[in-house]
Design a protein around this ligand. Structure first.
Ligand code: GDP
Length: 213
């Protein structure tokens, strides 16, 4: 059919660990588009990464000893980077007890030129948590694009999912946001949301390839 192309969901043909470090200056130099996954610990990030890439243990799931606080780069299809960031938390820095996020996380988001989109993971069963809202606000005020990923959707009845998500997005709109970020409803147990999330990444990658400069 002329003028119309149908794209199939991205097949993950290769997913390879490249490096771990805690310094954004030492991240891979290759100019590939990069997508970073972040959330509180136990949100289901490792399971989601393994589900997306269809690798049993590309990302280490929690409960394993020695899980380190590092920026982990995985090269997917020799074409883009998937970045597994450590769980975020507040680091108290100043005398005034001002809360801020861990330095290497903020440094990563502020300085990593290859970053295209951050995926902020939240457990669909939990009410909006201040730390997640604060982190999204931090991304927003720094002009860093992100999408919201609800995890463990299998834990809610289908009828409750949309309601819960709508309530969450409403909460964002009561804050600094004029419109809700793109969002995905996922489950690593039954692969819900896999296609939508990979299509989102593939679409951006295609647009980037066709953007001069
Ligand atoms: P991380 O600390 O964010 O990397 O979280 P993990 O991926 O290690 O998951 C934390 C816990 O949640 C583990 O016990 C997982 O088995 C469980 N979990 C993760 N994703 C899902 C999911 O989609 N559905 C269900 N039912 N459990 C999940």
């Amino acid at each position: 059919m002329v003028g119309r192309t149908q794209f199939l969901t991205m097949k993950i043909t290769s997913a390879e660990f490249v490096m771990s470090n805690s310094n954004v200056a030492q991240c891979p130099k290759e100019p590939l588009p990069e997508y970073a996954f972040i959330g509180r610990s136990n949100v289901g990030k490792s399971s989601l990464i393994n589900m997306l890439t269809q690798r049993k243990s590309l990302a280490k799931t929690s409960g394993r000893p020695g899980k380190t606080q590092l920026i982990n780069h995985f090269k997917i299809n020799n074409n883009w980077f998937l970045v597994d960031l450590p769980g975020y938390g507040y680091a108290k820095v100043s005398k005034k007890d001002k809360k801020t996020f861990q330095k290497y996380i903020t440094a990563y988001f502020q300085h990593r030129k290859q970053l295209v989109c951050g995926f902020v993971l939240v457990d669909i069963r939990h009410d909006p948590q201040p730390i997640d809202l604060d982190f999204m606000e931090w991304l927003g005020t720094h002009g860093i694009p992100f999408a919201l990923v609800f995890t463990k959707a299998d834990k809610l009845k289908p009828a409750d999912r949309e309601l819960t998500v709508d309530r969450y997005l409403q909460k964002l709109l009561e804050g600094i946001w004029e419109e809700a970020p793109p969002h995905f409803i996922t489950s690593s147990s039954n692969r819900m949301g896999r296609e939508a999330l990979l299509d989102y990444i593939a679409t951006i990658n295609r647009e980037l390839r066709h953007t001069p400069g």
